[in-house]
Design a protein around this ligand. Structure first.
Ligand SMILES: [Fe+2]
Ligand SMILES: [Fe+2]
Length: 292
C-alpha cells in the first residue's frame, strides 16, 4: 500500500483527535457559561475537522456484523502477548501522538488522570481501577489494527444504525445498510433483549471488557464495555434493545463518562507519589499477568 493509501486509512493524526471531537460535541455542561469565554465556546461549536469526518466515513462503512464476528474471533482468544499491567502501560505508551508531542499527554497519563479524578470524588476502588484500565484496549493499534477499528463512537451491529449516531449519513456505504436481515429497527434482536445479547461495533471498549470480565464487578464492566456508546448513554437511541438491568447499569456508564471526558489537564499526575496506591489496587483485583 502506498503512503497515500495508508494515510487514507489513518485519517487521524492521533487517536486524541477523536476524543477532542467528543469534547466539541459534548462540552461539559455547566462550565461553559461559568468559566469559558464566549470565544472558547465558539471553538467548541466549530465543525469537526475533516480528519474526524474521514475517520467516521471509514468506521461507518466497514463496521459490519460480519466484521465484528471476525474481529471477535481474531482477538478474543488473547493469544498475542502476556504482560503485567505495568508492562502493558509501557507498551500502550508506544502509541505517540505525532501531531504535537509537546502538548499531548501519554495514554497512561490520560488513564491516570481519569482514575485520579474518580478517586478524588470518593467512588469505590473498582471504579478507580476501571478509570485506570478503560483505554488499555487501544493496544489494538499496536497490533496493526486501523484507527476506525479501535476508537470512535460504538453502536450495535445486526440492526438498523440509529440516526443519532454521529455522521450517520456515512452508514449508507455500509453493506449491512441494504441487508434486510440487519436493517430493521430490531434486526436480529428481540425487543428489549438486553445489551448482553447485542453485538457492538468492534473497538477498544469490547476488547478491554472481555479482558477484564472475570476480575471486576458488573458496574465497572459496563463502564469499560459501553464507554464509547454515546448514541445510548448521551442520546438514548437504543432504549428498544435495553432491559431494566441495562438502564440501572447505565447510570454508572454516564457517571464514568464525565471522568473520562472532563478529567484532562495539562499537568501530568505525580506517578512517584501515586505508585504504591495503584500497585496495591492492581494486586487486589487483577492477576499477575494479563493476556492480550
Ligand atoms: Fe476510550
Ligand atoms: Fe478515555
Amino acid at each position: 500500500m502506498s503512503v497515500q493509501e495508508l494515510s487514507q486509512f489513518s485519517p487521524l493524526q492521533s487517536l486524541d483527535e477523536w476524543e477532542d471531537d467528543l469534547l466539541r460535541r459534548y462540552p461539559e455542561p455547566g462550565t461553559i457559561a461559568k468559566e469559558k469565554s464566549v470565544e472558547a465556546f465558539r471553538n467548541y461549536e466549530a465543525p469537526a475537522r475533516d480528519s474526524v469526518r474521514e475517520f467516521y466515513k471509514l468506521n461507518h462503512q466497514y463496521q459490519t456484523f460480519d466484521f465484528v464476528m471476525q474481529k471477535r474471533e481474531e482477538f478474543l482468544s488473547f493469544d498475542r502477548k502476556v504482560m503485567t499491567v505495568w508492562e502493558a502501560f509501557d507498551f500502550l505508551n508506544q502509541l505517540v501522538d505525532d501531531s504535537d508531542p509537546d502538548t499531548d499527554l501519554s495514554q497512561f497519563q490520560h488513564l491516570l488522570q481519569t482514575s485520579e479524578a474518580v478517586r478524588a470524588d470518593g467512588h469505590p476502588d473498582w471504579m478507580v481501577l476501571a478509570g485506570l484500565m478503560h483505554d488499555m484496549g487501544k493496544v489494538l493499534c499496536l497490533f496493526g489494527e486501523p484507527q476506525w477499528a479501535v476508537v470512535g463512537d460504538t453502536f450495535p451491529v445486526g440492526c438498523a444504525y440509529s440516526d443519532k449516531i454521529v455522521y450517520h449519513e456515512f452508514f449508507k456505504n455500509n453493506p449491512d445498510f441494504e441487508n434486510e436481515k440487519y436493517n430493521t429497527k430490531f434486526g436480529i434482536y428481540a425487543p428489549n433483549c438486553g445489551l448482553r445479547n447485542v453485538h457492538m461495533s468492534w473497538g477498544h471498549d469490547e476488547y478491554i471488557y472481555a479482558m477484564m470480565k472475570d476480575y471486576l464487578p458488573e458496574p465497572a464492566l459496563y463502564m469499560l464495555r459501553y464507554h464509547s456508546f454515546y448514541a445510548q448513554h448521551r442520546e438514548g437511541a437504543y432504549d428498544h434493545l435495553m432491559d431494566e438491568h441495562d438502564h440501572k447499569m447505565f447510570a454508572w456508564v454516564r457517571l464514568f463518562n464525565s471522568y473520562d471526558l472532563y478529567s484532562k489537564s495539562p499537568t501530568p499526575p505525580d506517578w512517584n507519589k501515586l505508585q504504591p496506591y495503584y500497585e496495591e489496587l492492581v494486586n487486589k483485583y487483577l492477576p499477575k499477568t494479563l493476556r492480550f
